[in-house]
Design a protein around this ligand. Structure first.
Ligand code: PXG
Length: 461
């Protein structure tokens, strides 16, 4: 470890050797690089000693908060006993067995089998192969097309980025791969303001129905969606959306893949987002909150209906990763789930900190810069607009004000994420009332700072 390097040394070495994810390296300056040094609870400290409230729980993942020694100790104990062994060739081990059982316990009824990998991306690639293999085994090899949604994020590998609906990502690497079709997202604020939200929710759901009809049900293998789109901008669908999608999926012979990478493990006030919306997935993608990010682990929760077909007809499924069911990662996940259970963090989001924060977050909707404030569980967004009297108007160029506000937020001591011109929030589930008050005050200041700067630039109204 390089313990005595100055912040400037670290920045220079970072620039010389480190390729960051989702980063324009040509534009990233030395002084912009923030070196994070340590963390505890909801707080981060950078290498210059600044204390910052982690409003994004790392990257939507540190559900139990930072600095949990209990997880560290569980990993240390596991690593000294068995740091690594694989789960191929008829072998298994206690941590992967215990974690599989725990996940099956908290998963919706009828979902009892788990396949592990290291991330949400590889889990979605796994699902893509499972879904197409399932239909082969069912004697319906023509069912290969997967329907996903525009602006969805399902990961960065070839399959997952193809399932995602980010056009900028598709433009790099020749994506999407064949057999993936995207339909509209239920983003009322972005594209539905000419209808009331309920009407728009049904309208957005019918995009799925229309796509199925256009492709032909006999060619459609599955529909993949997040209960609430996270990276797409915390798109909380109108209440009418999921019931209508559920009806459509029930009427058709199509598998439902619920991507729970962000919504899972308490974030929406239930263990899984599909429970918040009463959905019946055939597959769930899990990662992030499974271990609260302490070690990398993700996976696929498979329904009994699908597992039965693989067991009875599948033979060998030629798929797996060196680190499938990694013992140390499983130990981290087990300790993490034990904390979530013991501290009743899921209930806490539903009945305590969720409503407490939402009341204050939604009140930020009164700010002159905010066109809409929305929150579900501990997922929030503030849509920033140039003219509050017409919330269909946008800043130009789109995204410039989101970044400006995000930078003010960071400078004020609060990490939020910018998506287009919205500010996004996804704090640890352990956030206290006092910390929530501080978070709201910092957000208020960030909105004021951004508003003053835009006024100075003459970009309001
Ligand atoms: N599905 C969903 C819904 C996600 O949010 C993935 C899959 C992929 O997981 P991995 O573990 O492969 O990263 C994600 C990841 C952002 C951001 O900027 C969001 C994610 C990852 C990185 C950045 O909001 N989500």
């Amino acid at each position: 470890m390089l313990h005595n390097l100055s912040t400037d040394d670290l920045r220079a070495l970072d620039a010389a050797h480190h390729l960051h994810p989702f980063t324009d390296h040509g534009a990233l300056t030395l002084s912009e690089r923030r070196v994070i040094a340590r963390a505890d609870g909801v707080w981060l400290w950078d290498s210059e000693g600044n204390r910052i409230l982690d409003g994004m729980a790392g990257l939507w993942c540190v559900n139990v908060g930072h600095g949990r020694n209990e997880i560290v100790e569980a990993v240390r104990a596991q690593m000294s006993e068995l740091a690594y062994y694989n789960t191929f060739f008829k072998t298994t081990h206690e941590p992967v067995i215990r974690l599989s059982q725990m996940v099956a316990e908290i998963a919706p009824e009828g979902m009892n089998m788990v396949f592990f990998g290291s991330s949400g991306s590889d889990a979605n690639d796994t699902i893509l192969r499972m879904v197409r293999t399932y239909w082969d085994l069912m004697g319906k090899p023509h069912k290969k097309t997967v329907i996903a949604r525009h602006n969805a994020y399902h990961g960065s590998t070839m399959g997952a980025a193809s399932l995602g609906g980010m056009t900028a990502m598709h433009s790099q690497g020749g994506l999407p791969i064949p057999g993936i079709v995207h339909v509209d997202q239920p983003y009322w604020f972005g594209s539905g303001q000419d209808m009331d939200p309920d009407q728009f929710g049904r309208h957005a759901a019918r995009a799925l129905e229309n796509a199925i009809d256009a492709i032909g049900e006999e060619h459609v293998a599955a529909f993949i969606a997040e209960p609430i789109q996270g990276a797409g901008g915390v798109i909380i669908p109108p209440e009418t959306y999921w019931p209508e999608v559920k009806r459509i999926l029930k009427e058709r012979d199509i598998l439902f893949i619920c991507d729970e990478v962000i919504c899972g493990f308490g974030r929406t006030g239930e263990w899984f987002g599909c429970q918040t919306y009463g959905l019946d997935p055939d597959f769930m993608t899990i990662a992030k909150g499974l271990s609260s990010g302490y070690l990398p682990i993700g996976g696929v929760v498979v329904s009994d209906k699908v597992a039965k077909v693989f067991h009875e007809r599948g033979g060998e499924f030629y798929h797996g990763y060196t680190y499938s069911g990694h013992p140390a990662c499983c130990a981290a996940a087990i300790a993490n789930l034990e904390i979530i259970r013991r501290e009743k963090l899921v209930e806490r989001v539903r009945t305590d900190i969720g409503p407490y924060l939402a009341e204050r977050w939604l009140a930020l909707g009164e700010h002159p810069l905010v066109g809409e404030a929305r929150m579900k569980g501990l997922l929030g967004a503030l849509e920033l607009v140039p003219d509050k009297s017409d919330t269909t108007k946008r800043f130009s160029p789109v995204g410039s004000v989101g970044t400006l506000a995000r930078d003010f937020s960071f400078a004020n001591g609060l990490v939020m994420r910018a998506v287009r011109d919205s500010l996004i929030l996804s704090p640890p589930l352990t956030l206290s009332h006092e910390e929530a008050d501080e978070l709201i005050a910092l957000t208020h200041k960030t909105l004021d700072d951004t508003w003053a700067e835009l006024k100075r630039q003459g970009r309001l109204g």
